[in-house]
Each structure stands twice: as structure tokens, then as C-alpha cells.
Design a binder for this molecule. Structure first.
Ligand code: GDP
Ligand code: IMO
Ligand code: MG
Length: 430
């Protein structure tokens, strides 16, 4: 008889930077494997452990736990230079990356010209070449890790890709000369270093699951940046929502036991695009400063705004959240009253067009602030009653349980609510 699945997905419920890295790191100890399923080094997952700070971009956050295996799934696009820089920095900090990391042979390879080609995209991307690499993937001319490892095949595919790329550049009037022979040689050298970590990751995960091992899937970006379900075209180029965990790793949906959404107690967005509850006033600036809301990849100031209930309900619908993890509650500590968007006036559901999204008129309710410190609180009963009311209010309005609350960047600055679905998925069954 098959054992019940105990694999879970953790992903961003808003526009990214919800604090996924901290939460994945916190829960990793209960799992055998942590797997990333989409995106690339556009992600920046910050983890604080004592006085050490790690910003992981491509490598799953679980790598920080000695002996845990970390998998980069087929759904990612990999810039080998970025990967090896990150791996070297972690190795220097004492992490056994080469022992713990497995890279899918079906993931796609990102080249320097993907960054150049991104210059024609003006939605405020991270300029890492992510979109153009996924364009090559969908255009069926991409080069995968397995191709990179075969010198003969790599040469042929590389030359074909360069011809195609030159045609696209000519069509768009892009003139940035590159030394292709040097790039090819550089990638051949990357291949030698990456090769020992490469495997058929779907098979690796399938074999692990067959042995009863458990997997925690780590999402990057967030639901509203998902290529299909986000605020298109102001999105990233991959499937950040829960379904992406299966297509991006080769693990079937029947093996998923639960899905956890990570949401800030407010909301932020980096880059362009509609943002109905954006606070363009001093209150927005105050959140940015108190929450240190500056991009972990590009350093750009994050746009800040108020918790958006209709957005969260939409996010819960497309992901099927079992429970929410609410981060950065402490950032709201000083506010006298806290606006929460409870509905979009006259609109039900999430508009599909930018024009429709921009027409949204948020209807706010104002909740009393608590104006005392919640920083580092790790028991629900120690929270000021107004903070508990805020959480209860959001639970009622979103229809999703809040099973975990984060009150600071460190592992121990976390409230875990026993008796919740969150507790059951993250702890009780382990
Ligand atoms: P991710 O991309 O979702 O992993 O999030 P980022 O790492 O880009 O951004 C979240 C930031 O908030 C990081 O700097 C974290 O260290 C920090 N953080 C996470 N949880 C909390 C929290 O509860 N309170 C505060 N003040 N900071 C937090
Ligand atoms: P994590 O995993 C926040 C945003 C960019 C831009 C849009 C498209 O740390 O939450 P891209 O370079 O992906 O083509 O840019 O997506 N973006 C993120 N915003 N957090 C991220 O990752 C992001 N990754 C991409 O700012 O608006
Ligand atoms: Mg981030």
C-alpha cells in the first residue's frame, strides 16, 4: 500500500518578497529534500541565522541545513555563472553545496545575451535575462543542462541559437557585439564544474518519494507575478503558483499533501504594473523604511501598500491554500490605524486586463493599531489584543486560516499556532 503523501508547497501569495526564504528555512528540518520549481536568479530569498545573512537566488533555502538535499527542478532557468558564484559563497560559509545540491538535466541554460535582449522589455524586470531565456524555452530553441554537458551537441545547438538570436536582434535593432567563441568556451568550463551535481531530477525525486522521503517545494516570486494568473503582462515568465511545483519538478499532483501561502501583513511590489492598494503617501514611506523594503536582488525601493483581501482570496483560489503564513507583522507596530482593502468597489473576482486592474477602487476598513512592539514575539497570547484582532479579521475576510505569524527575520521570531492545518502539515506529521 502506498503511504500518504507528506510533501508540501510553500509559495508567495502576493507579488513576491513575502519572506518565503525565512519560512522555508524554518520548516526545512522536517523534510528530506527542498526543491525549487521555477524562476531563476531573479529571486532573492533572505535568511538570517544569528549574525549571518544569506541571500539565496537559485539554490533552494533548505541547503542551509546540513545534510538536507536541495533540488533545482526542470522549471528553472539557470545562469551558470550566477549559480557557481552562489555555490562558491555558500561553500566558503561552510555549506556542502556539492554534496547536497542536485540540478535537473532538463532545466534551461541562460546566456549573457538574454540580458541584452531584456532591454526591449520595459515592465521593470530584474534585468537578469529571465524572460528571454523562457522565450527560447517556449520557442523550442533553448539549450538545456543536458545539452550543455555534451560538448558535441552543445556546439551545434549553441551555434544555432546564436544565428536565431542575431536574427531577433536585427529585427529589434539591438547592436551589442559579443565574443561568441569566448562565451562558448566559458560555458564549456561551467559544464565541467556543474556536471557532478546534475541528474534526472524528476527520477531523483520519484525514487526519493518511493522510499517514503518528503519534499518541501519552495516557490519563487509570487502568485500575482505568475505568467498565467498574475497581473499580465506585468509578471515574470514562469509558473509561480502551486501547479508550477508539479510541472517544474516532475512530481505528480497526487503526491502533494498541502499548500501554504506566505503573505505579508501588508503588501509590496517591485517593478511596474497595477497595484490597487499602493500607499503613495508618507504611510507607504514609513512601511518601506521600517520594513526595509528594498529589493534583495536589485536594491530597488519596493512599492508598499495595504493588505488586499480580494487579492488574497483570488490567490487562495488559484493555489488552494490550506493555510497562510503571515510575515512582518512587527512592521505595522507603530501605526495608529491600519487600512485593509476589503473589496473592490463594484467588482467581483480579479480583472484580467491592465485597464480593469487600474480601474479598481479599493474599499477600506480601518482597524485599530496596537502601537507597541511585537518584534520577536513567539506566542500568540503575548501579542497585543489589537494585533490578534487584526489577524482574526484577515482570517475571517480571506476565508483562510493563518497558521503561522512571523514577527522578525530570525528563525525564533515566529508564532506557530498548534491545532491548525499549518501545524499539522508542517510539524505534526513529521
Ligand atoms: P522572499 O523573496 O519571499 O524570500 O523575501 P525576501 O527575502 O526578498 O524579503 C523578505 C525580507 O523580510 C527579508 O529581508 C527577511 O529577512 C525579512 N523578514 C522576513 N520575515 C520577517 C518578519 O516577520 N519581520 C521582519 N521585520 N522582517 C522579516
Ligand atoms: P522573490 O522570489 C519580487 C518582478 C520584477 C518585475 C517582474 C518581472 O524574491 O520573491 P523578471 O526579471 O522576473 O522578468 O521581472 O517580476 N520580480 C520579483 N519581485 N520578488 C521576486 O522574487 C521577483 N522576481 C521578479 O521586479 O516586476
Ligand atoms: Mg525576495
Amino acid at each position: 500500500m502506498k503511504s500518504l503523501p507528506n510533501n508540501i508547497i510553500i509559495l508567495g501569495a502576493q507579488w513576491g518578497d513575502e519572506g518565503k526564504g525565512k519560512i522555508v528555512d524554518l520548516l526545512s528540518h522536517g523534510f528530506d529534500i527542498v526543491a525549487r520549481y521555477q524562476g531563476g536568479h531573479n529571486a532573492g530569498h533572505t535568511i538570517l541565522i544569528g549574525d549571518r545573512k544569506f541571500v539565496l537566488k537559485l539554490i533552494p533555502s533548505g541547503i542551509l541545513h546540513p545534510g538536507k538535499r536541495a533540488v533545482i527542478g526542470n522549471g528553472l532557468v539557470i545562469d551558470p555563472a550566477a549559480l557557481l558564484t552562489e555555490a562558491d559563497a555558500l561553500e566558503a560559509a561552510g555549506v556542502d553545496v556539492r554534496g547536497q545540491l542536485r540540478i535537473s538535466n532538463r532545466a534551461h541554460v541562460l546566456f549573457p545575451w538574454h540580458r541584452t535582449m531584456e532591454k526591449r522589455i520595459s515592465i521593470g524586470t530584474t534585468s537578469r535575462g529571465i524572460g528571454p531565456c523562457y522565450e527560447d524555452k517556449a520557442g523550442r530553441r533553448g539549450i538545456r543542462i543536458s545539452d550543455l554537458l555534451d560538448p558535441r551537441i552543445f556546439r551545434v545547438l549553441f551555434d544555432c541559437l546564436v544565428i536565431e538570436k542575431t536574427r531577433i536582434e536585427e529585427a529589434f535593432g539591438i547592436h551589442e557585439p559579443m565574443d561568441y567563441a569566448a562565451i562558448r568556451a566559458e560555458y564549456e568550463a561551467f559544464a565541467v564544474r556543474i556536471q557532478p551535481m546534475v541528474c534526472d531530477a524528476a527520477q531523483f525525486l520519484g525514487d526519493a518519494l518511493a522510499k517514503g522521503e518528503s519534499v518541501l517545494f519552495e516557490g519563487a516570486q509570487g502568485t500575482m507575478l505568475d505568467l498565467d494568473h498574475g497581473t499580465y503582462p506585468f509578471v515574470t515568465s514562469s509558473s509561480a503558483t502551486a501547479g508550477g511545483a508539479c510541472t517544474g519538478t516532475g512530481v505528480p499532483p497526487t503526491r502533494i499533501a498541502g499548500i501554504l501561502g506566505v503573505s505579508k501583513a501588508y503588501i509590496t511590489r517591485v517593478g511596474g504594473g497595477p497595484f490597487p492598494t499602493e500607499a503613495l503617501d508618507a504611510a507607504g514611506d514609513a512601511i518601506r523604511n521600517r520594513g526595509n523594503e528594498f529589493g534583495s536582488v536589485t536594491g530597488r525601493p519596493r512599492r508598499c501598500g495595504w493588505f488586499d483581501v480580494p487579492l488574497l482570496r483570488y490567490s487562495a483560489m488559484v493555489n488552494g491554500f490550506d493555510s497562510l503564513i503571515m510575515t512582518k507583522l512587527d512592521v505595522l507596530d507603530e501605526l495608529e490605524r491600519i487600512p485593509v482593502c476589503v473589496e473592490y468597489r463594484g467588482v467581483s473576482g480579479m480583472p484580467a486586463t491592465v485597464a480593469g486592474l487600474e480601474r479598481i477602487e479599493p474599499v477600506y476598513e480601518y482597524l485599530p493599531g496596537w502601537q507597541s512592539s511585537t518584534e520577536g514575539i513567539s506566542h500568540l497570547e503575548d501579542l497585543p489584543s489589537a494585533a490578534r484582532d487584526y489577524i482574526k479579521f484577515l482570517e475571517n475576510r480571506t476565508g483562510v486560516e493563518i497558521g503561522c505569524i512571523s514577527t522578525g527575520p530570525e528563525r525564533n521570531q515566529t508564532i506557530v499556532r498548534s491545532g491548525t492545518r499549518f501545524y499539522e502539515l508542517a510539524f505534526a506529521s513529521r
